[in-house]
Each structure stands twice: as structure tokens, then as C-alpha cells.
Design a binder for this molecule. Structure first.
Ligand code: CU
Length: 148
């Protein structure tokens, strides 16, 4: 009888240990969130600016590039639109609008300085009702197929 009790006890002991082994400890993959620390918070904006020609382009872009924090400026003569990249911890959109206006050019938000406008070369005296943010396609004013 003792042997039987012993063997039962052994079987039970084995059963208990095997049950304990079933509880698996799953290692949860630790999520590593890598924070991207940006040295500069660059912002890209584009907005309408009136102007006529390559000289206007130079004047407008020069004015924008003088603003601290501006990385690049590109004014499109056909679209009457400028693309600006800037560090928005150093400057903001309105500072760029104001810089363009001070050079004599109208933007979507700020009217150009009249004094600066009067000092622009004749070819650059753009129309104040000029449409900004154009598609860049040839508009109705281009009568290239006119024969005189
Ligand atoms: Cu011009």
C-alpha cells in the first residue's frame, strides 16, 4: 500500500510541476519609440505675389532671402506665385509677406509699398489687378496666333 501511495504522490507531483511549466512568460517586445529630434523645424509655404519679369523675380527673391531663417525662395513668373522654405523657429509667414511688400510687390496678404513700387524699373511696374496663383498656362492675354 505504501508503494501505491508513493507512486500516486509522485504522479501528482509530476502533474503539478508540468502545470507550472505551462504558464509561459511571454516576453513582450519593448516598443522603442525613437524620437526624431529636428535641429530645425522647416516649413514650406507658397503664396501669390504679383510681378512681371526676371527682374521682379530677382527683387522678390532677394527680399525674401534677406529674412532670417529663410532657406530658399523661388518665384514663378508665369504663375505669379512664390515657394519659400524657412525655419519656423526663426521667422514666420507674415514676416516673409512683409519683406516682399517692402520691396514693392503685392502678396496675397500684404499690399506692396507704394514708395518702393514707384522706384521699380518701368518693366516691373506690374498691374495691381493682376491675378495671382495662376495655373501657369497661357492665358487669354497671349494672342500668339495674331497676325498683324
Ligand atoms: Cu520686373
Amino acid at each position: 500500500m505504501k508503494k501505491v501511495i508513493l507512486s500516486v504522490a509522485v504522479v501528482m507531483a509530476i502533474g503539478l510541476t508540468s502545470c507550472k511549466n505551462e504558464t509561459k512568460q511571454e516576453k513582450e517586445s519593448t516598443e522603442t519609440k525613437t524620437e526624431v529630434s529636428k535641429d530645425m523645424a522647416m516649413a514650406d509655404i507658397s503664396f501669390g505675389v504679383r510681378g512681371n519679369c526676371g527682374m521682379c523675380k530677382k527683387t522678390i527673391e532677394k527680399a525674401v532671402n534677406k529674412v532670417e531663417g529663410v532657406a530658399s525662395a523661388n518665384w514663378d513668373v508665369d504663375k505669379k506665385k512664390i515657394d519659400v522654405s524657412f525655419d519656423d523657429s526663426k521667422t514666420d509667414e507674415m514676416a516673409i509677406h512683409n519683406a516682399i511688400a517692402a520691396s514693392g510687390y503685392d502678396t496675397e496678404k500684404v499690399a506692396g509699398s507704394e514708395e518702393a513700387y514707384s522706384n521699380l524699373p518701368g518693366c516691373c511696374k506690374y498691374e495691381h489687378d493682376m491675378v495671382m496663383n495662376q495655373s501657369g498656362d497661357k492665358n487669354e492675354e497671349d494672342h500668339s496666333d495674331n497676325d498683324h
